[in-house]
Design a protein around this ligand. Structure first.
Ligand code: NAD
Length: 486
């Protein structure tokens, strides 16, 4: 198959590509060039209702489809993602501004891994049975919830879209999914792939549009029983307020303000390049990026010297060029927000150690939304820079004198998604790991992912866990069936 993104995307409902019922479109821009990329449907409740009807029609057969057949179909989707790696990577790069090599090496391969992982997972997903000795047997059935709504953000577009869709489908649900309006292209191409793979019509429906209009129509539709959302804490709050009174199942993966804790006894050679990555990968637009770097006071000055030297090596430029380490930010709106955060940091007393400016690469990217990797010191834990999620190439440095002080600083945040700890004292690291308020702790590494592990945050970083059995459990309802022997 030949995958190509047209200039006008369509919704994918009941196995058919179609225009939005209201005929309205939103302009989508390539953030690396600030030029027009495509138009996407500005769908509303009418399109969502159509998608739900298609899903409802498909559900009786899909929910009864054997694990073997789902395994085959989901693996076929994974195969087609791999076969179309180049087209998908280019679409992701043009939509998001992230380097093409990153799309090729990380985003798109991970999307196919998501399908393979849950294709296999469903073959091993077992029910439980509890015997009341001599009297009865209880069987816990795990049944699909019905129609699941999956809503994803722009930072890891296909990667996170498929992280929700694959387990929802594997568990026997039909899906109504909405990608971010900022990065819709690979979701559109995924619909082409699902069709080519032979996924029955109506099992996966993809509607495009904005959060308030299309997203909220998904969240509030009475026949959508579970909402899996990844995005900002602000939108998560709104979604929870809409869905909770309707008693829907909710999985909310939200923002972060992750600490990176560096002790004097760490493995310097391993720590330094990893902390550059954990700070600035994907222009700092990964929910797991460490944006508050806490450094033991005795190595604070040495860390500044070596870290700044390494950060200055990062090449910012055209995402299509292989040597660009850093691409563009995802949109003009986000670029303005991050530049505003840098100004606010200066206004509240922050000292810029490097970066702080927008960048205008020569050539086709001169009008794109690029920002230098920015390192700021001199701000305490109460400053807004250390409290609000920036979600861009901006980190702060704070010194600490003891493990207790580091822990206090780490936990002094409204968020609790991930943390990383750098020390060769494994006792200190593990003790700290038990006390850090976050869903994920990395010791002497960052973003080392195993898809079987629970993924998610605490506090304002959300509720629920994705990954492994957690995802399959979320997309199923348990039912206890008790049989008395006589
Ligand atoms: P966002 O909340 O603006 O949008 C995310 C998605 O939700 C988009 O598809 C959007 O259209 C939709 N949406 C927005 N408002 C909605 C509403 N009221 N009802 C229904 N849908 C709505 O987030 P974003 O700017 O696209 O993404 C960046 C955010 O995502 C950051 O805060 C980041 O930390 C977070 N994030 C979290 C994780 C995680 O796993 N915890 C992973 C990636 C990104």
């Amino acid at each position: 198959m030949q995958l190509e993104c047209p200039q006008q995307l369509e919704n994918f409902i009941g196995g058919t590509f179609m225009a939005p019922i209201n005929g309205n479109y939103i302009q989508n821009t390539n953030p690396a060039t600030a030029g027009f990329l495509c138009e996407i449907p500005d769908s509303d409740a009418a399109d969502v209702a159509l998608a739900v009807s298609a899903a409802q029609k498909a559900f009786p057969d899909w929910s009864q489809t054997s694990a073997e057949e789902k395994f085959r179909l989901l693996n076929r989707i994974a195969d087609l993602i791999e076969e179309n790696l180049e087209a998908l990577a280019l679409a992701e790069c043009n939509d998001s501004g992230k380097p093409l090599w990153l799309c090729r090496e990380v985003d798109i391969p991970r999307a196919s891994s998501n399908f393979r992982f849950f294709a296999t997972g469903i073959m091993h997903f077992a029910s439980e049975s509890h015997s009341i000795e001599g009297k009865a047997t209880n069987i816990t059935l795990r049944q699909p919830v019905g129609i699941a709504g999956c809503i994803s953000p722009w930072n890891l577009p296909l990667y996170l879209f498929t992280w929700k869709i694959a387990p929802a489908l594997a568990a026997g649900n039909c899906v109504v999914a909405k990608p971010s309006e900022v990065t819709p292209s690979t979701a559109y191409l995924l619909a082409k792939i699902a069709l080519a793979a032979g996924l029955p019509e109506g099992v996966l429906n993809i509607v495009h549009g904005t959060g308030p209009c299309c997203g909220e129509a998904i969240v509030t539709h009475p026949l959508i029983k579970a909402i899996s959302f990844t995005g900002s804490t602000r939108a998560g709050e709104r979604i929870a307020s809409l869905a909770a009174p309707k008693f829907k199942k909710l999985s909310l993966e939200l923002g972060g303000k992750n600490p990176t804790i560096i002790f004097a006894d760490c493995d310097w050679e391993k720590m330094l390049p990893t902390v550059v990555r954990s700070s600035f990968s994907n222009q700092g637009q990964i929910c797991l990026c460490g944006s508050r770097i806490l450094i033991e006071a005795s190595i604070y000055e040495k860390f500044i010297t070596d870290f700044i030297a390494a950060v200055k090596q990062l090449q910012i430029g055209d995402p299509l060029v292989n040597t660009s380490n850093q691409g563009a930010l995802s949109s003009k709106v986000h670029f303005d927000k991050v530049m505003g955060c840098i100004s606010a940091a200066i206004a509240e007393g922050g000292k810029i150690l490097c970066g702080g400016n927008s960048v205008h690469p020569e050539g086709r990217c001169k009008d794109g939304y690029f920002i230098e990797p920015t390192v700021i010191e001199n701000l305490g834990p109460n400053c807004s820079t250390n409290r609000e999620e920036i979600f861009g190439p901006v980190v702060t440095l704070q010194p600490f004198d003891s493990a207790d002080e580091a822990l206090k600083l780490a936990n002094d945040a409204a968020y609790g998604l991930a943390a990383s700890i750098w020390t060769q004292n494994i006792g200190t690291a593990n003790k700290m790991a038990t006390k850090i308020e976050s869903g994920i702790v990395w010791i002497n590494c960052w973003m080392l992912r195993d898809l079987r592990t629970p993924f998610g945050g605490v506090k304002n970083s959300g509720v629920g866990r994705e990954g492994g059995w957690d995802a399959l459990r979320f997309f199923t309802e348990t039912k206890n069936v008790c049989t008395q022997f006589e």
